[in-house]
Design a protein around this ligand. Structure first.
Ligand code: NA7
Length: 540
């Protein structure tokens, strides 16, 4: 141990959430330090650098709204921003508000434990440092711990191994290489078309076919940027008052309120426009299996039209999976890639991967010679980054032990027995099913206001009561029950990781509803939380 500096707040992570938390808490006069594992800010956008990576929310909405100066000064070049542009934006915001000086990079928080004697958080890092803080803000991200499947022989592979979420900064040159991509979620769907144009040969190993909608990405026209900037406040408000936190219009009609012909026309129009708006054109797509089936039939027809080989098309058509209940992908040229002579699709359902060998892998009875394997196999979502830290609350209770049957939070923000600890976009909050930046801003604003409230009232700490945590977790489950989200195996329900509790992780009630609940709880004097005067926060 070198020193034990004391802060008002330690923020773990310098992605969109950590950056904004620093800005807001520092603005309230708190002494804050952000601790970040990467060599720079960006979080998700720092680590994920695979070819073709773009945000699946539109750039004009997937950006901070807190500063009108920033949203007027910054001009996005494309409808869906690529990783490099988003990372430039993040760095621009950090420098615009001189935030870098309070960020410590290339440092991982290894432990955070609440000391009941002094009522403070003791934070340890992999550099052997120790910090003391009154507040601890976990801005650790929902998709930050890559899932690398434990396939037999993995360590013995003689070629190059990559994970899309831990991509080399200098990029990868696949020219002349035989490449295998495992996984066809968003990361696979985005990277496969680009890798196919670079590699000598690409084999795509697909376990479950996914639905993908055309992104229809394009440069933004100067007049539409001007229109956005002139109306930004109203458009941001529209996002805040919507279920997904985006500008897409909310459907009023069911699939069955229109004739079959009109339904097809609407789907065709939405397909031509692209983006997640596709899934919002009818109000019952995500709640009514029969309505969902209509949309599935339309998309499967599109897939069959795009693919020359009918057998490949059949493999690419998702089976028995409702559209949108597993994260929908949006792509640029994904399906067409399978018409290329140098691309082959392998069905892992029929032919599971048996082992990785020094020169490739074996799936079913066939050996595939590969120079590089790209794992596009996703993340230990929502809880992975929290469990990567030895996080301990009152009585030394580890979060990992407390959540052994699934996460229990109040609002996705707070955990009983963990005073003054806040999670940004935690399990039980809308986070990943909404525009993340919008939800992050809402969370951080709530946290900052809460901290200001405690200081104003001379209170030492705040913590969720066990009852409110149980009630909220039950509510999160009840809201999910009538939806199709719970009918399919996905990372939203923890089904992508062996041994992970299979419960619904995000809150599906929508960003607007969630905001109202949070505001109501504050209006009622932080109902469901215990507010501790100085002496009561500590033991004995
Ligand atoms: P996802 O969406 O979790 O996709 C992971 C993909 O990897 C998916 O196709 C999985 O198939 C596949 N996978 C995972 N483990 C294996 C093993 N062991 N063998 C074969 N295939 C496997 O992650 P992404 O990175 O693409 O996207 C994550 C989010 O980032 C996305 O939802 C957006 O929010 C942005 P499965 O479907 O499990 O059969």
């Amino acid at each position: 141990m070198t020193s034990e500096p004391e802060f008002d707040a330690i923020v773990v992570g310098a992605g969109f959430a950590g950056i904004y938390a620093l800005y807001r808490l520092r603005g309230r006069g708190l002494k804050v330090r952000v601790i970040e594992a990467g060599a720079g800010p960006g979080g998700t956008w720092y680590w994920n650098r695979y070819p073709g990576l773009r945000c699946d929310a539109q750039s004009m909405t997937y950006s901070y709204s807190f500063s009108d100066e920033v949203q007027q000064e910054w001009t996005w070049s494309e409808r869906f921003a690529g990783q490099a542009e988003i990372l430039r934006y993040i760095n621009y915001v950090v420098d615009r508000f001189a935030l870098r000086s309070d960020m410590q990079f290339e440092t991982r928080v290894t432990r955070a434990a609440f000391d009941e004697i002094c009522g403070r958080w003791m934070i340890e890092t992999d550099r052997g440092e120790r910090f003391i803080a009154r507040f601890c803000v976990m801005a650790t991200g929902c998709l930050s711990i890559p899932n690398l499947p434990g396939i037999k022989g993995l360590e013995g592979f003689g070629g190059a191994l990559y994970h899309t979420a831990d991509w080399p900064k200098q990029g990868v040159d696949f020219s002349g290489k035989r490449v295998g991509v495992i996984g066809t979620g968003s990361s696979g769907v985005q990277s496969i078309p680009i890798i196919a144009t670079q590699a000598k040969h690409l084999t795509v190993f697909q376990r479950t076919a996914n639905f993908s909608i055309p992104a229809r990405n394009r440069p933004l026209r100067p007049e539409e940027v001007r229109r956005w900037k002139a109306n930004y406040q109203a458009l941001r408000e529209k996002c805040r008052r919507s279920p997904f936190g985006d500008v897409y219009d909310q459907a009023e009609k069911s699939v069955f309120d229109v004739s079959a012909e009109e339904g097809r026309r609407m789907l065709e129009e939405a397909w031509t426009k692209g983006s997640f708006a596709f899934i919002t054109i009818f109000k019952d797509i995500l709640t009514n299996q029969a309505a969902n089936d209509v949309v599935v039939a339309f998309v499967n027809r599109k897939i069959r039209e795009a693919i020359k080989d009918p057998a490949v098309a059949e493999l690419l058509c998702p089976k028995d999976v409702p559209i949108g209940a597993k994260r929908l992908c949006i792509d640029t040229g994904y399906y067409e890639t399978f018409n290329r002579a140098n691309v082959r699709l392998v069905d892992l359902k029929e032919n599971p991967i048996r082992e990785i060998r020094v020169d490739g892998l074996v799936a079913g009875e066939e050996s595939f010679a590969l120079d590089a394997i790209v794992f596009a196999t996703g993340f230990d979502a929502m809880t992975g980054a929290l469990f990567a830290i030895d996080l301990r609350g009152r009585g030394g209770v580890a979060l990992k032990d407390k959540w052994v049957e699934g996460p229990r939070t109040y609002l996705g923000l707070a955990v009983a027995g963990f005073p003054n600890l806040f999670i940004v976009a935690g399990p039980g909050s809308p986070s990943v099913v909404t525009n993340m930046v919008l939800s992050i801003e809402q969370h951080v604003d709530w946290i900052t206001d809460c901290v200001a409230f405690l200081r104003r009232r001379g209170l030492e700490s705040i913590e969720a009561t066990p009852e409110s945590e149980i009630a909220w977790t039950r509510h999160v489950g009840e809201v999910a029950e009538p939806t199709l989200f719970v009918t399919v195996k996905s990372w939203y329900v923890g089904a992508n990781m062996p041994g992970k509790p299979q419960v619904i992780y995000p809150y599906l009630g929508g960003a607007e509803k969630y905001r109202e609940i949070c505001e109501d709880i504050v209006a009622k004097g932080y109902v469901g939380f215990r507010l501790n005067p100085a002496a009561e926060s500590r033991a004995g």
